[in-house]
Design a protein around this ligand. Structure first.
Ligand code: 5GP
Ligand code: MG
Length: 196
């Protein structure tokens, strides 16, 4: 690139002003999330060493976390995606759960790490883990950035957990409310009653 074609530098995060939900409270700043991702990555590196790992990012919420996490891993990494959605119809209570594996996802004989934003009732990750197990992987483990154990109904725990929180509805860093706020650099809690 020549000096003449160089663009003005992008503004630092601190100067961007995305819109936050009214009345929300910051639970974890972008810096705190980065530290948690670093800690999780080192736990994951300690488990797998140099062994190849297939990261399966659970869309859409797990996209931002998976993107950051996989860049802190130094073993050979393959990437797949799974799509999980529960129609919420404008509310935050989940509706019917739908899961869909990335067509052609090849996990037979491989170490798989399912990466999602949040473990709530556990229904989504239980269903996805069972679908992956049916594909004869060498191992399946779960990484979640946030855990809300008080709401668990499925018998499931994550192997790698960033933060444990009480029963709050959170958005930001991939997590949405009605498809909004996924781009916030922080994780914030909606005011009581604002979520559900
Ligand atoms: P589970 O199946 O464990 O109940 O929940 C799975 C999905 O529900 C999560 O991957 C996430 O998409 C959504 N979810 C659960 N709790 C929250 C929350 O506090 N905030 C947001 N934005 N989504 C949530
Ligand atoms: Mg999700």
């Amino acid at each position: 690139m020549t000096a003449g074609s160089r663009r003005a530098p992008a503004p630092p995060f601190a100067t961007l002003r995305p819109e936050y939900p009214p009345g929300s409270q910051t639970l974890f700043t972008g810096d705190e999330i980065r530290e948690a991702v670093e800690r999780l990555a080192s736990e994951i590196r300690a488990v797998y060493g140099r062994e190849e790992l297939t990261v399966v990012a659970v869309l859409h919420g797990g996209l931002v976390f998976a993107a950051d996490l996989m860049r802190r891993l130094d073993m050979p990494v393959r990437l797949g995606v799974a799509l999980a959605s529960s129609y919420r119809g404008g509310a935050t209570e989940p509706g019917e759960l739908q899961v869909q594996m990335h067509p052609g996802l090849d996990v037979a004989g491989r170490h798989v790490l399912l990466v999602d934003d949040i473990l709530d009732t556990g229904r989504t990750l239980l269903r996805l883990r069972d679908s992956i197990r049916a594909m004869d992987p060498r191992s399946v483990r779960l990484a979640t950035l946030v855990d809300k154990p008080s709401r668990r109904v499925a018998p499931l725990h994550a192997d790698f957990t960033g933060f444990t929180i009480p029963d709050l509805f959170i958005v930001g860093y991939g997590l949405d409310w009605n498809e909004r706020y996924r781009n916030l650099p922080d994780i914030v809690a909606l005011p009581p009653g604002g979520g559900r």
